[in-house]
Design a protein around this ligand. Sequence first.
Ligand code: ZN
Length: 154
Amino acid sequence: MTWPNLTDAQRRMLIDSEPDDRTGTEGCGVELRTGADYAVAKALERRKLGHREGPGGSLPGMYWSNAMGLAVRAALKSRHGRATRYTMPDGRSFIVTGRYYLASCDRCGWVGSSEECGTDSGFDDSDVYCPRCESPGADYGSEANTASEEVIEP
Ligand SMILES: [Zn+2]
């Protein structure tokens, strides 16, 4: 599964706010250049993952992750770099990389990485559509649930 309810833009900003290289705790500031950046920073602040300042005078606004934001960042980083092999009871296997997971469609039988699925909006993963027949619910397809899971690259 993906980290719940974070958009790609929110994940990116969390990744950008890396731990401070001296203290290792507070996140480094991320410069907010556009209105969209501010919206993302505000959303992260609402989720209590960090805080936002500015803009003040000629200085741009900044976003910093707090301890919780850094913990979520570490979890996201570990998902980004890994690959998982899913093996079905009938022997078919699927490699899924990064933060994606094995999805399947109960209507047409499609099985594959959730990376190939569309979602109902650009902003969250609340519904996951089958790339073959466009049925919703590919994120909880019964066939994917029968696969065994093995992390092949940490
Ligand atoms: Zn389908």
